[in-house]
Design a protein around this ligand. Structure first.
Ligand code: BTN
Length: 328
């Protein structure tokens, strides 16, 4: 949103009542048609602005969408979210973020969409992204670390999301499922798609795409058994702008600490405490094999430690884990 539009938005917010067109012209030193242009822009972003001849303009509702002007009041992060690209609809925020990063967008830039027509999940899956209810966003990072360390970011961001959820929805019992899903009552609430753009010895940038089912009131039959939303879990509507800001606020200091550290050692106690898989019997699907065993932990480098029946522990750097039914 351009600066004058967001100043006018703030002015309308403070006024709480009608403000005349002349008053806005005078305060901002712009013409009546320019005022109208800014009002139209606010409306296109989803704000309800009443316009009544003889009275002026009145802001009658916030959007509830994660637009910049509604995220900023919650944002304490210094860099993350300070460059903000909002789209009511786009194919995939990861795709847009990749294009922006290739054109030099700085670290911390965030791309948000209210809906996606081609939302992308892990393993080539589709991420269903209906409008008006959930969060879909991508963060651009330029970590400047050897590319071998980059996969650790998936777990780090899962920690940040988990912490943000604990603050905004304390009654929720959320679990982190290695490497980066967040689940509640065994159903997926949130997925993360990390994409790295690098050459063997240099990481150009990383795009971290996050999808959180926030206020979705119901899920399709195919998803009902495996996915859920914050609303379905808590019965509460959650502010999407606040949740987005909270994730960024939690993630920035973790990321800064991680850049200085060698590995994920400093978040392992948190991961262990909130891990879904800890000490559980699982199967892990990798590209060309399926392994099973008991999860004995997560390594400092973010690998899943899988103890096989032969007592040997394997360190897995990728894969999709499934809980096995425990035999009692
Ligand atoms: C998963 O499959 O678990 C990962 C899902 C990631 C979805 C998010 S929504 C925002 C961003 N843009 C995308 O196209 N995908 C990610």
């Amino acid at each position: 949103m351009n600066d004058v539009t967001s100043l006018i938005l703030n002015r309308l917010r403070q006024a709480g009542d009608f403000l005349s067109g002349e008053e806005l012209c005078r305060e901002f030193g712009i013409t009546r048609s320019a005022v109208w242009k800014h009002i139209r822009r606010l409306r296109s972003e989803g704000y309800h602005v009443d316009a009544i001849t003889g009275r002026g303009y009145h802001l009658s509702g916030l959007t509830g969408r994660a637009v910049e002007a509604e995220v900023i009041p919650f944002l304490t992060a210094q860099r993350f979210g300070r460059r903000f690209f909002y789209h009511p609809v786009t194919e995939s925020t990861n795709l847009l973020a990749k294009a922006l990063a290739s054109n030099g967008a700085p670290e911390g830039s965030v791309v948000v969409a209210d809906s996606q027509t081609g939302g992308r999940g892990t393993r080539g899956r589709h991420w269903i992204s209906p409008p008006g209810m959930n969060l879909y966003f991508s963060l651009i990072l330029r970590p400047g670390v050897p590319s071998i360390r980059v996969p650790q970011l998936a777990l780090l961001v899962a920690v940040a999301i988990h912490q943000a959820l604990s603050r905004l929805a304390p009654e929720l019992v959320a679990k982190i499922k290695w490497p980066n899903d967040i689940l509640s009552n065994g159903k997926k609430l949130c997925g993360v798609l990390c994409e790295m753009f690098s050459e063997p010895d240099v990481t150009h940038f990383v795009v971290i795409g996050i999808g959180i089912n926030v206020n979705q009131p119901e899920l399709s039959c195919e998803l009902q058994d495996i996915a859920t939303s914050l609303f379905l879990e808590t019965g509460q509507l959650i502010s999407r702008p606040a949740l987005l800001a909270f994730v960024l606020n939690q993630f920035e200091p973790l990321y800064d600490a991680w850049l200085l550290e060698e590995d994920l050692g400093f978040v392992l106690p948190y991961l262990e405490k909130h891990s879904l898989l800890h000490s559980r019997q699982v199967t892990v699907d990798q590209l060309n094999r399926t392994l099973s065993g008991r999860v004995s932990g997560i390594s400092r480098c973010g690998e899943l430690m899988l103890e096989g029946e032969d007592g040997q522990t394997l360190l897995l750097s990728s894969g999709e884990a499934h809980l096995r039914k425990e035999i009692s």
